[in-house]
Write a protein of this length. Structure first.
Length: 303
């Protein structure tokens, strides 16, 4: 959204390293640590180039915990990372030899130079106007207005692996399924997915994977509860390299002839949740929402 590569590094080089980092498990902090060093405007450099005297930044956060220097790579806030940090990340992820030589050369040169002081005279004020807490609070208010008793959690730090997060939601459903009241669990966060081998890997995203993993967890103990619904989606309308925002699951979807012959575990194992949910009308397709505050999940019990 705000590309301005440093001299000697092309936009294509930045796009390539972004793909490499994403495909090899880099989290958003690692991703932006590398990208900041390759930009003329990120990492506070936009602020430093401004002569307006005062600057106000309105932030919609797509990073848990709202670290200002990580969100959008922090173009108007002080950079807390260095080129040496970026080189270390590439080394830790075994990407050094796959990274474009222009990027390695630029990072090594920056690492040998003293970090420049803030040369701008602009005072910067930063205001967070939206984040995962905002989304969870809005969803909670809506659920309460519909008569649900609500438990809500907006995570502010690393959640862990998606299958573990799915297990937590499956356990909640099983623990509350006998409740006579309408109940809801609303959570927000952004788990990570451990990818299967590229030769067997299918199509999907972490939200689709979460709902499928919760289904597998519950089926180990029996059948999907009649009164339970589970939804997980990306607030930006995107979930992995697919046209879906996430997935939904209820009893009706599992009572079709097609679904009765489906075995969910192979789809889960091969990161192929998209093709599982495609067959039972379980994909959520909103199109781009043009904003992003991570992922939101809703589990419902009751009529």
């Amino acid at each position: 959204m705000l590309p301005a590569p440093i001299d000697g590094v092309s936009l294509e080089d930045k796009q390539q390293i972004t793909r490499l980092l994403s495909e090899n498990g880099a989290n958003i902090a690692q991703l932006n640590t590398v990208r900041k060093q390759l930009s003329k405007v990120k990492g506070g450099r936009l602020r430093d180039a401004c002569n307006a005297g005062q600057m106000a930044t309105l932030v919609i956060s797509d990073v848990l915990g709202d670290p200002l220097d990580v969100i959008a790579s922090g173009p108007t806030v002080e950079n807390s990372t260095t080129a040496s940090d970026a080189l270390l990340i590439l080394q830790q992820l075994n990407l050094t030899t796959m990274t474009p030589t222009s990027i390695i050369s630029a990072l090594k040169q920056q690492a040998t130079e003293a970090s420049p002081l803030n040369t701008g005279n602009t005072a910067s004020q930063v205001h967070i106007i939206g984040n995962i807490q905002t989304a969870v609070a809005a969803a909670t208010a809506k659920a309460k207005s519909l008569g649900y008793e609500v438990e809500s959690i907006a995570h502010t730090s690393f959640e862990g692996e998606v299958n573990n997060v799915a297990r937590d939601h499956a356990n909640w459903i099983q623990e509350h399924i006998s409740s006579s009241n309408k109940r809801a669990l609303i959570t927000g966060g952004e788990p990570v997915v451990t990818l299967s081998d590229a030769n067997t890997r299918g199509k999907g995203g972490r939200n689709q994977q979460l709902v499928l993993a919760a289904l597998v967890e519950i089926l180990r103990d029996g059948t999907w509860p009649a009164k339970a619904v589970l939804i997980s989606g990306g607030t930006d309308g995107e979930d992995g390299p697919t046209d879906a925002a996430g997935a939904k699951l209820c009893t009706e979807q599992l009572q079709t002839p097609i679904s009765e012959s489906l075995e969910p575990e192979p789809y889960l194992r091969n990161n192929d949740a998209y093709h599982f949910f495609e067959q039972i009308d379980g994909l959520i397709k909103t199109g781009p929402t043009h904003t992003n505050v991570c992922d939101i999940r809703v589990a419902l019990i009751g009529e």
